[in-house]
Design a binder for this molecule. Structure first.
Ligand SMILES: *Cc1c(COP(=O)(O)O)cnc(C)c1O
Length: 385
């Protein structure tokens, strides 16, 4: 290993230890590896209590939770679903897989969350749902979005993939809309490798979710003894994770306060070190709005041009800091082009995507956070001068 590689600060690294290994060993020993076993049931109940929500279903990913969401609200051909273009592909795929059309809205330049005025402009008689993304673990304006969804009788589905253990006015993200979707992918704050959750307080949506998740059968009702055999009753698929993954997740969830505290230390160190550059320089730091309690999923900032951004990324990488850009806007992607007319322009999305930098952020960086932040800020200052 070269000296350079040895010193590289990885962009992300999950906080895993012996407790996770022991939990996996226990499940293997028990012989019940399938999903919806005793550990899955426990984790779902623990999450329902923590989040104060009636129904949590563990899923194989957030992508799959979003697919379930589109099935249970019955999105189909002719329907439109509004989401940000500055976004991961999952919610757009979930809509396209139903034969419906994703409609891409712009974002705000401060939090990079969906621009509620632009959502309002894009509502048509065909609109069925809005799928906001809580970028970086900082909530969208849920008060405005909830009001808009109510006024137009639309479903509000939270893509809270990045929002586990973050809050809006004290309420957990993912529990505010009709449905919330979580991710436990390795790159997220709380992880079991690949995994997710589907959250809802709505009894009808929960009953449908249970069928969809269990291959469209009423097997769950059968296991509860409510029917004497189970059969095909709905469209569905296989979205249930193994109890092995649930066991890892259970340990990770028990560490969530520690994980958030460590991440906050790193986030604050970067923020304080970069603040002088943001005062009069061409560097923009993200605000955390008053109503939002972040989980510090991402530390990002923006500069004024894409040339400057790309040069900064090169310098940071050359010095062993694995900084990164983020989403290429979906509306400009080759696959989305076939759904869009030529006239779609989303200026803030375009500008932010081209000028954004994310810095390495994971719990293990907390102990040396001040040193890392100072070194990072020095490199950036030299480059911006
Ligand atoms: C990570 C992520 C997803 C996908 O989560 P998976 O669990 O990997 O399917 C979806 N949406 C957003 C905004 C994400 O950050």
């Amino acid at each position: 290993m070269s000296e350079q590689t040895a010193r590289t600060i990885a962009f992300n690294k999950p906080l895993l230890g012996k407790a996770e290994a022991d939990a996996v060993a226990d499940v293997l020993e028990s012989g019940t590896l399938r999903g919806d076993g005793p550990v899955t049931q426990q984790v779902e109940t623990q999450m329902e209590d923590w989040l104060d929500i009636d129904h949590v279903f563990l899923t194989t990913s957030c992508t799959h939770a979003l697919e379930m969401a589109m099935m249970v609200i019955d999105v189909g051909p002719g329907d439109e679903v509004i989401m940000p273009s500055f976004n991961f592909v999952s919610s757009a795929n979930a809509v396209v897989l139903r034969g419906a059309t994703p409609v891409f809205a712009d974002i705000r330049p401060d939090t990079l969350n969906i621009d509620v005025d632009d959502v309002a402009d894009k509502i048509t008689p065909r609109t069925k749902a809005i799928v906001p993304v809580h970028y970086a673990g900082v909530s969208c304006d849920m008060e405005a979005l909830s009001a808009l969804a109510d006024d137009h009788d639309l479903y509000l589905i939270e893509d809270a993939a990045q929002g586990v253990d973050a809050y809006y006015d004290g309420t957990p993200l993912g529990t505010i809309g009709d449905i919330g979707c979580y991710s436990f992918h390795e790159t997220k704050n709380i992880t079991c490798g690949e995994g997710g959750a589907f959250l809802t307080d709505d009894e009808d949506l929960a009953r449908k979710a249970e069928l969809v998740r269990e291959k469209g059968t009423n097997r769950s009702a059968f296991i509860r003894g409510e029917v004497d055999r189970y059969t095909w009753v709905h469209e569905g698929s296989s979205y249930i994770p193994s109890d092995i993954l649930a066991a890892i997740l259970q340990v990770q969830l028990s560490k969530r306060e520690h994980i958030k505290k460590q991440r906050r230390t790193v986030w604050n160190a970067y923020y304080d070190a970069l603040r002088p550059l943001a005062q009069d320089g061409p560097l923009h730091l993200p605000p955390i709005p008053d109503a939002c309690d972040s989980n510090y999923h991402i530390f990002f900032f923006r500069v004024d041009t894409s040339q400057r951004r790309n040069a900064l990324l090169d310098v940071l990488k050359d010095h062993g800091i694995d900084a990164s850009f983020h989403y290429i806007p979906l509306h400009s992607s080759p696959f989305a082009q076939q759904y869009l007319d030529e006239s779609v322009t989303l200026p803030t999305t375009q500008q932010c995507s081209e000028t954004l930098i994310r810095l390495p952020l994971h719990p293990q960086l907390a102990d040396d956070a001040d040193e890392l932040a100072a070194r990072t800020a020095d490199l950036i200052a030299t480059q911006l001068r």
